[in-house]
Design a protein around this ligand. Structure first.
Ligand code: NDP
Length: 262
């Protein structure tokens, strides 16, 4: 049996791998960290809320996994570099990065919510880039040594669909999708598989940050006809992407609730 075959058929297909998950204190990131740990990866969990990260790390450890909680604001480039150095020192080079922290703040553009525009740009674009910058050297090194690494960025269905009042958020996610396609061309030859996941509505804390009444009402109303995705659905998708045979890369994964039209 080849190494590749055993890696893909094992019940712990990510054994020996080092995963980093940003936005791990809630929602998609939290569920993904737990799932990746259940698949055998050592997991470093990053976000700002230390108590939530400590609880998550304790749950993973109790289940027999390995977790490292790293409190960090990803909009602070120096702090992200320090976090990357700590991951490398304590777990070894990361070979799976789930670059997932983000915020969604829809509002009519004429309301000129420049504060919310900036927050989304700072986190969804600059924060995501800080993480790419700090961890890419580890991913490339790990891919060279182990044969593969994964860089999975969380984009959104908003990168491809049109939702009135979501223009700035959608713009940041279009950046994530397009960036991912370009990084794939650059890093694929170095055996780093780059993917963008583009989910439709997932029930998480994301909706609780929305201050615009119209957008909140639209989201709430959609529950009457749409069974929203759950964080675990995305977590399973992340695990699937990372467990595929080394030759297989899913560049874009568009994942929607069955009843969400667009
Ligand atoms: P949550 O609000 O539950 O999770 C967001 C995560 O980002 C939290 O862990 C939060 O932790 C972290 N975060 C926020 N700001 C920072 C920061 N400055 N530094 C570090 N971490 C930060 O929402 P989701 O799980 O839904 O969101 C995850 C990703 O999924 C986002 O990129 C979102 O855009 C995307 N997405 C979500 C969809 C949905 O419908 N839910 C649909 C499509 C995409 P903390 O506050 O502790 O720092």
């Amino acid at each position: 049996m080849t190494t590749e075959t055993s890696a893909t058929t094992s019940t712990k297909p990510l054994a020996g791998r080092v995963a980093v998950v940003t936005g791990a204190s809630s929602g998609i990131g939290e569920a993904s960290a737990e799932h990746l740990a259940s698949l055998g990866a050592k997991v470093a969990v990053l976000a700002r809320r230390a108590d939530r990260l400590d609880d998550l790390a304790a749950r993973i450890t109790k289940s027999g996994g390995t977790a490292l909680a790293v409190t960090v604001d990803v909009t602070d480039a120096a702090a992200v570099q320090a976090a990357a150095d700590r991951v490398q020192a304590e777990l070894g080079d990361a070979d799976l990065l789930f670059n997932n922290a983000g915020v969604m703040l829809p509002a009519p553009i004429e309301e000129l919510r420049a504060d919310q525009w900036q927050r989304q740009i700072d986190l969804n674009i600059s924060g995501l880039m800080n993480v790419v910058g700090a961890f890419t050297p580890q991913l490339v090194r790990a891919a060279g040594e182990r044969g593969v690494a994964d860089l999975i960025n969380t984009s959104s269905s908003a990168a491809r669909n049109l939702y009135p009042t979501f223009a700035v958020y959608a713009g940041t996610k279009a950046f994530v999708t397009h960036l991912s396609k370009h990084l794939r061309v650059e890093l694929g030859p170095k055996k780093v598989r780059v993917s963008a996941i583009e989910p439709g509505i997932v029930g998480t804390e994301l909706q609780s940050h929305v201050t615009d009444e119209g957008a909140s009402a639209w989201l709430e109303g959609s529950k009457e006809t749409i069974d929203w995705l759950q964080s675990e659905d995305i977590a399973r998708t992340v695990g699937f992407i990372a467990s595929l045979p080394l030759r297989v890369n899913l560049p874009q994964v568009f994942i929607m609730p069955t009843a969400q039209p667009s």
